[in-house]
Design a protein. Structure first.
Length: 522
């Protein structure tokens, strides 16, 4: 954290810290550092800086500094981030976006676009992250959602809000993000009558209408009406697992998922050649930016119309695909499709030489699509090897008695001749597997060298199509999971009523009482 100091002549300090100073010796001087950034920013220039949340609401001199910065209309946006994103600290942070003022004749005015003047955009993105084992991460889709919201300066319920300067003044210049953009999920509703006598409230099902409609799922598939206010689960649904199966097997849901898949395939068929046309355009950096914008806009238009995924999820698919393939696109521009495939080949050969790497070269996407038959042959040999090893282990004379009894129950014990044959077959399988692996690099080089530019382009596009399709499948599966969770929650809450629980309790109590009487204790 920057600390306060009083170095420099008064004029220097007035230029650098014109909005105020924190007390001498104060431990928190973040806003002093922010003022320094403002002082060295050109007219109309932008600042985006990471700060701790304390700068948003601390009182005293910091409150006064905040107020002057806001009154000068320098603050454009406050973006809250998830915790544990940065190395060395687990605390959540925020991004302050400011824009320096500009000279307008004899006076200085806000440098923000006209439609943003007198306002501050609050974005609450503290739930937009991938939770890793040791650290959280911003995935491309999270970044795309934050950036798109800022670029469009949009107010999105539960995510962002636009607040005018007067409201901030009334709130004592408190910039606490949750005060303006609260993303806390609503509490799970609980219907007392349904807990007592059963039934799923129709009001709760109606509240999930958008989710159901997105998947094309009619609630009558799982529910029957009990009365005007409640549903019952269909009598054929006897367990929680059957609820999941009924949702995932619904014809309407499958049709909607097939619809978005077909929309993706149609979009890819139309735009795949635009990707290939990047080849040889190394001297045109704008071509890459233009292609990304084109793919983003066209993809959004094609898939948002289906209605299964929300607009940010659709944009996240393109963002994730672009992030994963960004180096391939740069290579394509510099060296063409053949260069992309050759770069993949180099990565695989390097991995073969690095014994410490955990990733198997056989799992690389180039190997799967270029050498599918070769990989299948290795997989068959490995499966055969594992099967023979399992047979020999089961036939080993030093197995414990329990293991011997289990083996005897399953099949007749193997004789010495059979064990000898298995060992011979295992040795042959290991030899074949070793020879196959040793020819992998030569086979890979031969197959890659046999590709011309056209064949390399087709292979590259096939692999990129597979990568993007996998991302789409992941998003669709996550959306389906949310739908299943809604029905499972209703099952958990209301399927077993309080009266049924009390009846079970009374039955168990009577049974226990009978045991105690029989034993003479009651």
């Amino acid at each position: 954290m920057p600390t306060a100091n009083r170095s420099g002549p008064p004029k220097f300090r007035a230029e650098r810290f014109g909005y105020g100073e924190v007390p001498l010796g104060a431990k928190k001087a973040d806003l002093m550092f922010l003022q320094h950034m403002l002082a060295v920013t050109r007219d109309g220039g932008m600042i985006a800086t990471v700060m701790p949340h304390g700068v948003l609401f601390r009182g005293g001199e910091e409150k006064a500094i905040r107020g002057k910065i806001i009154e000068e209309d320098l603050l454009e946006a406050v973006i809250g981030l998830a915790p544990n994103l940065f190395y060395g600290t687990g605390i959540p942070a925020c991004i302050l976006v400011l824009r320096q003022r500009v000279q307008d004749g004899a006076r200085r005015v806000s440098g923000k676009p006209a439609e943003r003047r007198g306002k501050v955009l609050f974005i609450n993105a503290d739930r937009e992250c991938f939770e890793g084992r040791a650290q959280n991460h911003l995935l491309p889709e999270h970044i795309e959602k934050i950036v798109a919201t800022f670029d469009e300066y949009r107010a999105i319920p539960g995510f962002s809000a636009i607040v005018d300067t007067e409201t901030l003044r009334e709130n004592g210049w408190n910039l606490n993000i949750r005060r303006y953009a609260d993303n806390a999920p609503p509490p799970e509703p609980q219907d007392v009558r349904a807990h007592l006598v059963g039934g799923v409230p129709k009001a709760e099902v109606a509240a999930k209408a958008a989710l159901l409609a997105a998947h094309g799922l009619d609630p009558d598939v799982l529910f029957v009406a009990r009365d005007e206010a409640y549903f019952d689960f269909r009598p054929t649904l006897e367990s929680r697992a059957q609820v999941r199966a009924a949702v995932e097997g619904d014809a309407g849901l499958r049709a909607r998922e097939a619809e978005i898949k077909a929309a993706f395939e149609a979009w890819w068929a139309e735009h795949r050649d635009r990707v290939a046309q990047l080849a040889g355009r190394h001297g045109e950096p704008g071509a890459l930016v233009a292609l990304r914008a084109e793919l983003l806009d066209s993809f959004s238009g094609a898939l948002e119309a289906v209605g299964l995924l929300d607009p940010f999820e659709v944009r996240g698919i393109v963002a994730g695909f672009w992030y994963g393939a960004r180096y391939d696109f740069l290579t394509l521009m510099a060296r063409g499709s053949r260069g992309v495939v050759d770069a993949w080949r180099t990565g695989i050969v390097t991995a073969l030489e690095d014994k410490a790497r955990r990733e198997s070269p056989l799992e690389h996407k180039l190997v799967r699509f270029l050498m599918g038959g070769f990989v299948d042959e290795i997989a068959e040999l490995e499966a055969k090897k594992a099967e023979l090893e399992a047979k020999l282990k089961a036939a080993a004379p030093d197995r414990d008695a329990e293991g011997a009894d289990e083996a005897a129950d399953e099949e007749e014990p193997a004789d010495e001749a059979q064990v000898k044959a298995w060992k011979k077959e295992l040795a042959a399988s290991k030899k074949q597997l070793k020879a196959k692996r040793e020819t992998f690099a030569a086979r890979l080089n031969a197959d890659v060298d046999a590709l011309d530019e056209a064949a390399a382009a087709e292979l590259m596009l096939t692999i990129l199509h597979h990568d993007m399709s996998a991302i789409l499948d992941r998003y669709v599966a996550a959306q389906r999971k949310r739908l299943v969770a809604a029905f499972e929650t209703w099952w958990d809450k209301y399927k077993v009523t309080l009266r049924e629980l009390e009846a079970e309790r009374d039955k168990a109590a009577n049974k226990l009482s009978g045991y105690l009487k029989a034993l003479g204790y009651a």
